[in-house]
Design a protein around this ligand. Structure first.
Ligand SMILES: *[C@@H]1O[C@H](CO)[C@@H](O)[C@H](O)[C@H]1NC(C)=O
Length: 143
């Protein structure tokens, strides 16, 4: 006869793991909500901006934006290992810079389902949603 107690421990463990994920993901349950990335060309004088974003596994491709246009993509940040990192190259006039548009440890707390960046000559500015809502925070380009 298979003893019931042999089944209790694995079931209990699964339950604990499931509950832990529920708390971590908020209302979204098991996985992190998808993030919709929007990167706007806010350069002055109608200067065109070429954006090219990647993470370690995905290449979103290069796109040239007129003033006010946006570069968009959707991704799902890590749930267990919170180390999702999207980095982009930004080209305008004769300048070329890199910037990390989604560094999970830095941004998870500030952005919700939408991550908005406005790109200015001096660097990108993030529109905060969750923490310090409706504020804009500007960052320097990567060195
Ligand atoms: C940046 O561009 C977007 C899209 O055109 C616009 O809605 C926003 O107001 C601009 N931000 C600034 C600071 O000019």
């Amino acid at each position: 006869m298979v003893s019931i107690s042999k089944l209790v421990l694995p079931i209990l463990l699964l339950l604990i793991i499931f509950v832990a994920f529920q708390f971590k993901g908020g209302e979204s349950g098991l996985f992190h909500d998808k993030v919709h990335m929007h990167i706007f060309n806010n350069l002055t004088n109608g200067v065109k901006l070429t954006v090219h974003c990647k993470d370690k596994d995905h290449d979103i491709g290069a796109q040239t934006l007129n003033f006010g246009e946006s570069y968009n993509f959707v991704f799902r940040p890590g749930t267990v290992v919170e180390s999702t990192l999207y980095f982009c190259g930004f080209r305008f006039n004769t300048e070329f810079y890199f910037f990390d548009v989604y560094d999970q440890k830095r941004d998870d707390f500030f952005v919700g389902k939408d991550c908005h960046w406005e790109v200015h000559e001096s660097g990108p500015c993030r529109l905060n949603v969750l923490d310090k809502p409706n504020s804009i925070e500007c960052f320097p380009w990567n060195p």
